[in-house]
Design a protein around this ligand. Structure first.
Ligand code: ACM
Length: 538
């Protein structure tokens, strides 16, 4: 640790010396309006914020530097520069010693200080001269960069100097997440979403410090990922979607592109192949897989629970082996999601036999199995993970087996539930979930599931009623923003009254990102491109 500190100190001294030796530098003395760092609209709310009520000027004199040898730090700095450019149009140099004229430095520093031990932890020290972002790892630095993006004023201050300045209030932020798994799921099976749509969703989730995007890649209505050894899955099973439009699928190159894009945002993709139910598209492609006794035909409706694989056929497991192998080889994350929900026409014994066999296949390819809470009815390993969506009984079984649980109770966390009876999209079989209900619950204590068993929170977005990015955004935003706080910020620091003011202040960011969010009338939006009435009209 000492050598790290020493090296950082040396770099720092050299930088400061280089800057102060520049001959024509006119020291700027700026008198910032007092802005309290702790009053900014940060989401998720950081653990600790101390304000010193001065300002750092982000302007054409600012430069970014990083610890030289720290893996991934230069990429994080490049990401920050890209986002500063998008927000302010400033070209901020990264690690360019020769960049002249710098007066303010953003320094992204690798530190192994003990208070930064937690994965994804970071600290921000902001003074009038510098912004120092400390973290142990690139992922922590990346989360800190999201905070910094939120801190940079949305508009420039044009009265402080004769050039544009974006103000950054000074102080110190110490932060790390409560839960290691902070996810959203996107159902690309009921309706297909393009790679570009998925990337935009990743952009937005990453800004709120999500680290998981779970892709629901197969269902009765569509198979969405190329499997080279079983080509008809996409040729046939990928050719339609709910409502009868053309569907679509990701080639393995597309999928790798999504995985890489997520990795750039320090997010992982969790691939899901839903089985043994929700498999009509697979069986329509290869009828040998089918186990419900009917001739499978492509399906464009929204019923659930009618399809099943034949769980007693070796071919089915040879098929699953190929699918898990091909997808796992292009999914660097540790998880493979096997679905397992609503297998209403699979006999109970067959279901249990199936889940136990598929768990072994997933493990053979080096992954940990995740399944919807029904999988806990099988005799599975404590290393497998159960995603609690409906059944407290199944959640309890998971806990008895020592498994970790992902909290996605449909009544609270399903992004496809309508806000209220006037919602243009969504369903309401579990509940109506207005923006306050989505936020005011406690995953740490929900249904008595012990916190030690909770891996994190995930907000699933099913797509029976949405077919394009605008509709996706209507359901996901603003509620996904609240789920980020439920999974990052400890319950003691959460409070609806504070949150709703901070949420209101997300409008300029969402507008700039061209997000067609639902401007809930419960929120006094700061200034919004669209009114509630405009969004609600057809
Ligand atoms: C589910 O909503 N069927 C997991």
């Amino acid at each position: 640790m000492k050598s790290h500190l020493f090296r950082s100190l040396v770099i720092w001294v050299v930088l400061v010396a280089a800057i102060s030796c520049q001959p024509e530098k006119k020291k700027r003395v700026l008198h910032f309006p007092k802005t309290d760092l702790s009053k900014l609209a940060l989401i998720p709310k950081p653990l600790k914020v101390i304000s010193t009520e001065d300002g750092f000027a982000l302007d054409r004199f600012t430069a970014i530097y990083t610890s030289e040898t720290a893996t991934g730090f230069a990429d994080v700095a490049g990401f920050l520069a890209e986002k500063i450019k998008a927000k302010t149009n400033l070209d901020v140099p990264v690690n360019r010693a020769e960049a002249s004229d710098q007066q303010g430095i953003i320094y992204i520093n690798q530190s192994d200080a003990p208070e930064l031990d937690a994965l994804e932890a970071y600290q921000l020290y902001i003074t009038p001269d510098s912004v120092i972002l400390n973290s142990n790892s690139a992922v922590g630095a990346f989360r800190g960069v999201q905070t910094l993006r939120q801190i940079i004023s949305e508009t420039s201050n044009d009265t402080l100097a004769d050039y544009k300045i974006w103000t950054i209030p000074t102080g110190k932020i110490t932060d790390s997440p409560s839960f290691e798994y902070r996810g959203s799921m996107l159902d690309v099976a009921r309706h297909f979403f393009s790679v570009e749509d998925v990337k935009k969703y990743i952009d937005l989730l990453a800004y709120y410090k999500y680290n998981v995007l779970h892709l629901h890649l197969s269902d009765d209505q569509g198979w969405r990922i190329e499997i080279k050894s079983w080509p008809k899955l996409t040729e046939v099973g990928g050719s339609t979607e709910v409502g009868g439009a053309a569907g679509g699928f990701y080639t393995q190159e597309d999928y790798k592109d999504i995985v890489r894009y997520a990795a750039k945002h320090h997010m992982m993709i969790v691939p899901e192949i839903d089985m043994p139910g929700h498999t009509n598209a697979a069986s329509a492609s290869y009828p040998i897989l089918n186990g419900n006794g009917k001739t499978p035909k492509l399906y464009e409706g929204t019923e659930v629970g009618f399809s099943t694989f034949d769980t007693r056929k070796d071919t089915v497991y040879a098929f699953i082996d190929d699918v898990v192998r091909e997808i796992s080889s292009i999914s660097p994350g540790p998880y493979f999601h096997i679905g397992g929900d609503e297998s209403h026409v699979t006999k109970k014994n067959d279901y249990i036999y199936f889940v136990e066999k598929v768990e072994k296949i997933v493990q053979k390819y080096g992954k940990r199995m995740i399944g919807w809470d029904e999988v806990a009815t099988a005799d599975i390993d404590s290393t497998s993970i159960s995603q609690f969506w409906a059944s407290k009984e199944n959640a309890d079984l998971s806990i008895q087996k020592g498994m970790k649980v992902i909290m996605s109770p449909a009544k609270k966390a399903y992004l496809d539930m309508q806000y209220d009876t006037l919602s243009k999209h969504g369903l309401h079989w579990a509940a109506y979930i207005p923006v306050d209900t989505a936020y005011i619950w406690t995953p740490e204590e929900y249904e008595g599931i012990p916190i030690e068993n909770i891996l994190g929170v995930e907000a699933p977005l099913w797509s029976e009623t949405i077919s394009n990015i605008d509709e996706l955004e209507y359901l996901a935003f603003p509620r996904a923003i609240g789920y980020s706080e439920l999974s990052w910020t400890p319950k003691e620091n959460r409070d609806w009254e504070s949150y709703k003011v901070r949420l209101a202040n997300q409008a300029p960011f969402l507008d700039r990102m061209d997000v067609k969010y639902y401007p809930s009338p419960l929120i006094d939006w700061k200034k919004s491109k669209y009114t509630y009435e405009e969004i609600q009209k057809d």
